[in-house]
Design a protein around this ligand. Structure first.
Ligand SMILES: *Cc1c(COP(=O)(O)O)cnc(C)c1O
Length: 355
């Protein structure tokens, strides 16, 4: 249990139009901050007015990229709000922390920090259709010296941002290009950790793809440039001859909570789901033979993102006639139904908070 000091704003900000939020543009009135040092452990847990964080110019994060984060959501319900599997995020945060030599946080404390912050900024949870409160916990190494070593000081922060539905005009198939030059991560590296550095390395391919009219890139493995890994910052799944195939968690793939939830739901529905290495050649052959029935990305921000075009070596392969596949739509409806409290949460995934 954290002992959290609360310093409230004198006056709350004006709320944005909840029908036109976009993603990550607005922030609530408060933020959670907590410091760590080797001597004290975690200390000075506080909720303070949202604002700038003073940082030493030699701080580790600014030079050596010691940073990890999480992305999760809270959804308004009839009598409060609910979060989707927050302990999974807490657990993954610690796995990321371990990889980057940052301190871990008790999952109970992680969820407590998020919950107390949301309780205070409850009025910021949007209620328009398709909206939610995006939760961004993050941690950075904060030694005030240029020495290269595992850090002795860190800062943990949670900020909240009301966000709109990812797709303005509803669920729509996206155009993807298969990236055969840059790689996002390699086995033995930090691919399984949710760290800012992975994103920094992925931006160039995303920029080039966007300039050619694609919304994301499909990443191949960093060793052989042969096996499918992820799509943009989402996990990826394919329906091939009735079977669902998704890349296995080899160390360079981020273990998505949406991915894990989809696998559980699909198996319950009686689908065969296989986690294995899937080569780009096998995928393209399946697309050419008409055996690739559906393809979609999975992640917290978009939940499910149908893929309508796969571009590889100058050839454009259309998937599901560039329509939302039947299973893709059913999965989207099921997951969002549970998250927004409109479908029964049989698996007890949501943590409900009454207000
Ligand atoms: C966060 C993330 C995902 C999706 O994870 P979820 O827990 O489903 O949101 C997938 N790939 C990358 C690279 C990510 O950073």
């Amino acid at each position: 249990m954290l002992d959290i000091r609360v310093e409230k704003v004198e006056q709350r900000k004006e709320k944005p139009d909840f029908n036109n939020l976009g993603f990550g543009k607005y922030f609530t009135d408060h933020m959670f901050v907590m410091d760590f040092s080797d001597e004290k452990g975690w200390y000075n847990a506080r909720i303070v007015p949202f604002g700038y964080i003073p940082i030493h110019p030699a701080s580790t994060v600014l030079h050596y990229g010691a940073e990890i984060f999480e992305g999760m959501k809270a959804y308004k319900t009839e009598n409060g709000y609910q979060m989707f599997r927050p302990y999974e995020n807490a657990k993954r945060f610690n796995d990321s922390a371990e990889r980057l030599c940052l301190p871990t946080i008790e999952p109970e404390d992680f969820v407590q920090a998020v919950t107390e912050l949301i309780n205070l900024d409850y009025s910021w949870i949007p209620d328009a259709n398709g909206t939610s409160l995006y939760i961004r916990p993050f941690m950075f190494g904060n030694d005030e010296s240029l020495g290269v070593h595992a850090v002795h000081n860190a800062t943990f922060v949670v900020i909240l941002s009301p966000v709109g539905s990812y797709y303005k005009e509803g669920l729509n198939p996206v155009k993807i290009t298969i990236e055969d030059k840059d790689v996002r991560a390699v086995r033995g590296g930090t691919g399984y950790a949710k760290c800012g550095g992975n994103y920094a390395a992925s931006l160039r391919a995303g920029k080039v793809a966007a300039s050619k009219g694609f919304s994301q890139v499909l990443w191949l493995d960093g060793v052989e440039r042969k096996y499918i890994e992820e799509v943009g910052a989402m996990n990826v799944m394919f329906k091939i001859k009735g079977e669902i195939v998704t890349p296995s968690l080899t160390g360079s793939v981020l273990p998505g909570i949406t991915r894990k939830s989809c696998i559980e739901i699909l198996r319950e529905w009686g689908y065969k789901v296989t986690e294995r290495l899937l080569s780009v050649d096998e995928l393209i052959t399946a697309a050419e033979n008409g055996e690739l029935e559906e393809a979609f990305g999975t992640g917290t921000a978009a939940v499910i993102s149908p893929i309508g075009h796969l571009f590889y070596k100058d050839v454009d392969h259309v998937v599901s006639n560039n329509q939302i596949g039947e299973l893709t739509q059913r999965l989207y409806d099921e997951l969002t139904g549970i998250q927004w409290g409109k479908k029964e949460d049989k698996r007890n995934w949501c943590v409900k908070v009454e207000q």
